[in-house]
Design a binder for this molecule. Structure first.
Ligand SMILES: C[S@@+](CC[C@H](N)C(=O)[O-])C[C@H]1O[C@@H](n2cnc3c(N)ncnc32)[C@H](O)[C@@H]1O
Length: 251
């Protein structure tokens, strides 16, 4: 590459990859770079029904809870790459990730989607219906631990799912993991959201945090240590969105 010329003198060109080694090789150092990814590769491919639901949800007081567009794109890609047919979702809210899932599943695919909050799901249901994928969605209202246990009570469900996405109450993730390791087949995929909890997992222990952040961050740190040591799964921890961990069931 030719050096930039300032007047008569050649100015040194900053090397984009200088100072980088395997310990600090992350690219997303600015909101502008994230915006670039969204504008270039994510939002142009977001189906209209998903954009409409995302925009409606963004206006709600708890709208920040919905998955981000790039995470939803990752989910759709994973579902298609793995050829998932029977899937689970724990934590639906208004259904943005659920709609992404239902769109990515084949015509004979299905997603059992669990949330304690039916009112939030009802906000998103018309979007799912208009998208023509409501037939793939089996929404179940109530605490996920109980619903997953109920599924496990039917032997046909044991190892009967290809894929699960977990985005609900963080302190229960380690319990969901035990249930999902029985529900998702060997070779299947379990995806956990929020596994970096806004970066708090790497903050010094004496950093001031709200009670909720301290509790959820501790739960996520506990999960991350357990997943990393868990010989039953192979993990891939991605610094996308709020942190996403993909687990492939090995045994
Ligand atoms: C972060 S939101 C899910 C966002 C959703 N994936 C999306 O893309 O919009 C978390 C959801 O988990 C639900 N939730 C919390 N605790 C739960 C529990 N014990 N069982 C089932 N759902 C729960 C909440 O009601 C909330 O809707």
């Amino acid at each position: 590459m030719a050096p930039a010329v300032v007047g008569e003198q050649a100015a040194p060109v900053a090397q984009a990859h200088s100072g980088i080694d395997s310990s600090n090789k992350t690219l997303l150092k600015s909101e502008a770079l994230y915006r670039y990814v969204l504008d270039t590769s994510v939002l142009p491919h977001e189906p209209d029904c998903m954009r409409e639901l995302r925009e409606v949800t963004d206006k709600l007081p708890w709208g920040f809870m919905q998955s981000s567009p790039d995470e939803a794109q990752l989910l759709r890609m994973l579902l298609k790459l793995t050829g998932a047919r029977r899937t689970l979702e724990v934590g639906v809210f208004t259904g943005y990730s659920l709609l992404a899932t239902a769109l990515a599943l084949p015509d004979d695919g299905s997603v059992v989607a669990v949330d304690v909050d039916r009112a939030a799901y009802e906000i998103g249901r018309p979007f799912i219906e208009r998208a023509g994928v409501a037939g793939k969605v089996d929404f179940r209202e109530g605490p996920a631990l109980e619903h997953l246990d109920a599924l496990l009570a039917d032997g046909e469900n044991v190892g009967g799912f290809d894929f699960a996405f977990v985005d609900a109450d963080k302190p229960n993730y380690v319990r969901y993991h035990e249930q999902l390791l029985r529900l998702v087949r060997v070779g299947g995929t379990i995806v956990y959201d929020n596994t970096l909890w806004a970066g708090t997992v790497a903050l010094p222990p004496d950093t001031p945090l709200s009670d909720l952040d301290r509790r959820f961050s501790a739960a996520i740190k506990d999960l991350n240590v357990k997943l990393s040591a868990d010989k039953r799964v192979e993990v891939c921890h991605l610094a996308i969105a709020d942190g996403v961990t993909i687990c492939r069931r090995l045994v």
